[in-house]
Design a protein around this ligand. Sequence first.
Ligand code: UDP
Length: 377
Amino acid sequence: MSLTVLVNAGPWLPVPPRGYGGIETVVATLVPELRRLGVRVVLATVGGSELEADGYVRTMATGRFPAVTAPYNQSSGIVHAHMHAVVTAIRDDPSIDLVHDHLEVVGPAVLGAMGAAAPPSLQTLHWDLRKHADFYSTFDGRGRVAFAAVSESQLELAPERLRAQTIGVVPLAVPRPPSVEVEMGDHAVLLARITAVKGQDIAARVCRRAGVPLVLAGPVAGVQCPEELERRLADGDDELARHPDVRFYLDQVAPLVDGVGVRWVGEVAGEAKERLLQSARALLAPLRWPEPGATGVVEALTRGVPVVGTPMGALPSLVRPGSTGYLAEDEDDFVACLHRLDQIDPDSCRAAVGSWTPEAMAERYLGLYRRQLEAAA
Ligand code: UDP
């Protein structure tokens, strides 16, 4: 009998995302492969999602990502309204065998509290597991809620109680790249939210020193482009001006952005993103945090683009120094690595992602669904 899984993608962005969106990209990669394996998928997401599914629970008219880092008293209603709609859908649809959840903290909290009134569930841990220690070190899903991590390095930082309830590690896979005609450029790219832990300031400094043009792509505090940021700040949007990511951009990054050697192009999507990434000499990941899964890194390697990053989080498991890129200890090292980009063969990068295919990711998850269903029964 075929399995019906409600995949909860959360209220932040549509699936697939138009541009930025690591979790939503993973969901958009997984769902078609699960369906190919015969799983019926009901997708809980927001309006604007265009991914094919067997059923939909649309909890909001549009994605609420701009509010994701708003103060708790402004953003908590969004996740709870979303989860309320998901619970109602679960209660109304007895055919749902399992919930595959992707909503930080609130997903397992609610599903766990429902006990036998909810189907067994599996949550993918997309996050830095040192956050929310109050929750992760006390939560007990009583076997009804289990977890899957996205890298071994991520799980090493998890509280003991969470580790005990984690039944597998499934590395991230990304969709196969569309083919676009591009000529190689001379630029490096950093494709991520603009925020201190992603190190846009480090990237700008090392690229200036190495004489490599740098393109920074990504939103800042949910703002999609430089013009919008400028307009809202000029209009006196004080809350935006106080946002830590906006402060980081204005204080640490903007002074290094000269529009030639270092550019911020805002959020990129679709063909523009493909052209930017596929023509890049390298993707930079100068992290200040143990990045759990690093979707952007996997996307670059899949396209034959080498990665130069900090040896933190999942990076050492994704980047083979000298073969698919480099791991740089400090800014001097980064500069030296940027001078050695010609030594990396794009085919080695593509080959390195060979085993992290969308099919393999879906098979691993299907195995975990079965395990969780058996354990919960
Ligand atoms: N991304 C994008 N356009 C941008 C910036 C980022 O499409 O302008 C995508 C990027 O390619 C990756 C995702 O957003 O798929 C970022 O996900 P990641 O997990 O690296 O970042 P996080 O979830 O930690 O913010």
